[in-house]
Ligand binder design. Structure first.
Ligand code: CAA
Ligand code: NAD
Length: 309
């Protein structure tokens, strides 16, 4: 029988220490949020991204968001607020090389939503990372079993699906692949709690819980706007004031990224066959024009400046 003793998970096969150090591969919208919450929880974090400009933007975004947290937490105690931000930032390192980030307890992938690109990364991480390292994907919709099909450590692999903005959204979906060990699953759940998230568990099903339910709603809203049934602003206002959502569906699509939306719709359609996930021409057009939403400065709406959170 497997037992949790202190912070170590024992089984006949493998001993996993509690997760204390993390690497996030992909320093975009999600990656920088994941790095922020891990650093806030006292963990050492490395962010890896191919693009050095993204790494600079990511670090700046983390600093700004930590300042917001510090201002709220320490109110008028300026010294404490400053040292909180400084200490957190000292725990965050960045690199353009994945090799610099492999000697950790947990590696979370948050790169582009494309199966072949993710598979290539995981195959590389599996070869480079120490034996005890747990590998996880933050995919929104792709099957985690498919992403991890080529790795050997299938028992030390799973899904950790965060929500945008990561520092604010309290949920973490922990996704069980077919071969995940109980030790890995428990370590992931404990780690989720340690960074302040409420964890739920889901099987490896298309869109897991949240995106399976949010996806059809979002697609219907985009089509409603495309047909001209109502203006973007009115659709968003309707769902905020009439249904109590914090953001309207079109604002949310811009916020999470229309490139992600397009990728998620394609996966969901192929896996479920549900016509609600058919491509939305408006989304395809905007993505082909480089209008990804808030992160590129324009999507359904126009934004005054590029925002990365
Ligand atoms: N870091 C730290 N704190 C942050 C932050 C960040 N990045 N962003 C916002 N905050 C804090 C603010 O400081 C503020 O805190 P207080 O209320 O304590 O002062 C609070 O969060 C609210 O922020 P704002 O006042 O700036 O803005 P808001 O009230 O309009 O809320 C929002 C912004 C939290 C994003 C809210 O609109 C919201 O919840 N929107 C819906 C988001 C959502 O549905 N996300 C899930 C998308 S689906 C997904 O992510 C999965 C997928 O696979 C695509
Ligand atoms: P993003 O486009 O903001 O960031 C992706 C980053 O990955 C980019 O900075 C890119 O340079 C980098 N990258 C691409 N290939 C790489 C590689 N091989 N090695 C290192 N870096 C690489 O994307 P995002 O919105 O942060 O989404 C990332 C992942 O998280 C996707 O799988 C997405 O489906 C998922 N996700 C997104 C959201 C959301 O709201 N945007 C929510 C939950 C999950």
């Amino acid at each position: 029988m497997n037992k949790l003793i202190g912070v170590r998970y024992f089984s006949n096969s493998m001993v996993l220490n509690a997760i204390k150090s993390v690497t996030v591969v992909g320093g975009g919208l999600m990656g920088n949020g994941i790095a922020q919450v891990a650093a806030q929880a006292g963990q050492n974090v490395t962010i890896v991204d191919l693009n050095p400009d993204i790494l600079a933007k990511s670090t700046k975004s983390i600093e700004n968001n930590l300042k917001r947290v510090a201002k709220k937490t320490y109110k008028d105690d300026v010294a404490k607020a400053e040292s909180f931000v400084k200490d957190c930032l000292e725990r965050v390192k960045v690199s353009t090389k994945v090799e610099d980030g492999v000697n950790v307890d947990l590696i979370i992938e948050a790169i582009v939503e494309k199966l072949d690109v993710k598979q290539e990364l995981f195959n590389k991480l599996d070869k480079l990372a120490p034996e005890h390292t747990i590998l996880a994907t933050n995919t929104s919709s792709i099957s985690i079993n498919e992403i991890g099909a080529g790795i050997n450590r299938k028992d030390r692999y799973g899904g950790l699906h965060f929500f945008n903005p990561v520092p604010v959204m309290r949920l973490l979906e922990v996704i069980k692949g077919d071969h995940i060990s109980e030790e890995t699953y428990q370590a992931m759940m404990e780690w989720g709690k340690s960074i302040g998230k409420t964890c739920i568990t889901c099987k490896d099903t298309p869109g897991f819980v949240v995106n399976r339910l949010l996806g059809p709603y979002s697609a219907e809203a985009l089509r409603m706007y495309e047909r001209g049934d109502a203006s973007a602003k009115d659709i968003d206002t309707a769902m905020k004031l009439g249904a109590g959502f914090p953001m309207g569906p079109l604002e949310l699509a811009d916020f999470t990224g229309l490139d992600n939306k397009k990728a998620i719709l394609a996966v969901m359609l192929s896996k479920t066959g549900n016509p609600v996930f058919e491509p939305v021409a408006l989304v395809d057009r905007l993505v082909s024009e480089g209008k990804y939403g808030r992160k590129s400065g324009e999507g359904i709406y126009k934004y005054e400046q590029n925002k990365n959170n």
